[in-house]
Design a protein around this ligand. Structure first.
Ligand code: SF4
Length: 395
């Protein structure tokens, strides 16, 4: 079915320079990359009037991004994936780099998108497929002179030079590790090689980022499929920590597993949304707050308790008896307090250089919320009696 709104839009608003089939097909395919985050807040990526466009948060702000694939055909057979080889319910559609770039340009000129997320199924190997993604990006950048947001997928087994070129062309590149360990990946995607095809490509990207001479170079992200093959939070967070510390990854994403009909995993249960939330909370603690995996209080089975935010759980265990004195603590200790984030910790440190903090109202002005009170001291004194000063006190 041709989307009438789309056809009218193109025909009325501009000279149509792209064969209608490309845009019509893109729109009909819809949000085919909904399992792939194009921006910083995957749960908040919302579809636009055009099915193939999503509103996402990027490092350059909120944008309407064309999220699509060069082909929905794939020679791999990842057990969780809607595009896996042999799945008859998947419509297989392919675009040439020219067609895709032209379609993007048409949408961009019409003001419908300001960014693209380009992925692809794998046909004739990862290197050949990567070339097609690069060709598309080259055309978008050079022929159409587009300078805005591009997120390019790196294909399994991509070569060093391909990764380098992708990072010159894009604002962000990503390759999904899928599983936290080689063993888990074998269960999820038996035709992918964890070390040689995935981790190696991430290492290439990290090396390029560390040694680049260019003014700007793409940031790097990855994604894990969580909850299908017995993966534990300990495994997922351990590899996330290494990726942040050793490869300077910008972001690890966690896609909760959802069963897809006509795949080997079609009868497995979906993963718990709360588990995904706890993983993201923990991941930010690893990336931004100086935590290590040893700091988390895992259950016997290697998973985080789902009923508590990990920072609150830690504070309940360690800070109730030993509160942090906001007048003397260093930044690392301030950041351990629930409710004190980086901005508030920095505001406290700045304020301490100018004034002696003596009362709760001062803390309140600096952004310290009521939920921090059970875990802090003010110049050696507990503050629980003064909780009424906080209008939004949580019991
Ligand atoms: S390689 Fe990518 S597109 Fe192909 S089956 Fe695996 S996850 Fe799906």
């Amino acid at each position: 079915m041709i989307c009438i709104r789309t056809k009218v839009l193109y025909n009325e608003c501009m000279n149509v320079h792209v064969k209608p089939d490309t845009l019509t097909q893109l729109n009909r395919l819809g949000n085919i990359t909904q399992h792939e985050p194009a921006g910083d807040h995957p749960q908040r990526e919302t579809p636009s009037l055009l099915n193939c466009v999503s509103h996402v948060t990027t490092p350059q702000g909120k944008k309407a991004v064309l999220k699509t694939m060069l082909t929905t055909a794939c020679e791999r057979n990842c057990h969780y994936c809607v595009f896996r080889a042999g799945r008859s319910k998947t419509e297989r559609v392919s675009f040439t780099p020219d067609e895709m770039a032209k379609a993007f340009n048409t949408l961009e000129q019409a003001g419908q998108v300001d960014g693209a997320f380009l992925s692809s199924g794998i046909i004739k190997g990862g290197v050949t497929t990567q070339d097609k993604i690069l060709d598309t990006a080259e055309i978008i950048r050079k022929k159409y002179d587009y300078q805005g947001y591009l997120h390019l997928k790196l294909m399994p087994g991509a070569e060093y030079d391909q990764v380098h070129r992708a990072m010159q062309l894009a604002d962000r590149v990503s390759i999904n590790l899928e599983g936290p360990t080689e063993e888990r990946l074998n269960l999820l995607a038996p035709k992918k090689d964890f070390m040689k095809e995935l981790l190696e490509v991430l290492r290439f990207a990290a090396h390029i980022r560390q040694n680049h001479q260019e003014k700007t170079i793409a940031s790097i992200t990855t994604q894990f499929v969580v909850g299908a093959v017995g993966d534990t939070d300990l495994e997922v967070l351990s590899v996330s920590e290494r990726l942040y510390k050793e490869l300077r990854l910008s972001r690890a994403y966690y896609m909760g597993f959802n069963p897809v009909e006509q795949t080997p995993f079609e009868n497995l249960p979906s993963s718990n949304d709360r588990r995904i939330l706890r993983l993201y909370q923990s991941s930010f603690l690893l990336r931004d707050y100086g935590w290590t995996v040893e700091d988390f209080l895992f259950s016997q089975d290697g998973n985080l308790p789902m009923d508590h935010d990990p920072k609150i759980l830690w504070a309940n265990t360690y800070l109730r008896e030993n509160p942090v004195d906001v007048v003397r603590a260093d930044r690392e200790h301030l950041l351990r307090v629930p409710g004190i984030g980086r901005k508030t910790a920095d505001a406290i440190l700045r304020a301490r250089k100018q004034v002696h903090l003596t009362d709760l109202a001062q803390l309140q002005k600096l952004g310290v919320p009521a939920r921090a009170v059970p875990y802090i001291l003010l110049d050696g004194k507990k503050l629980l009696v003064q909780l009424s000063l906080f209008p939004s006190h949580e019991a």
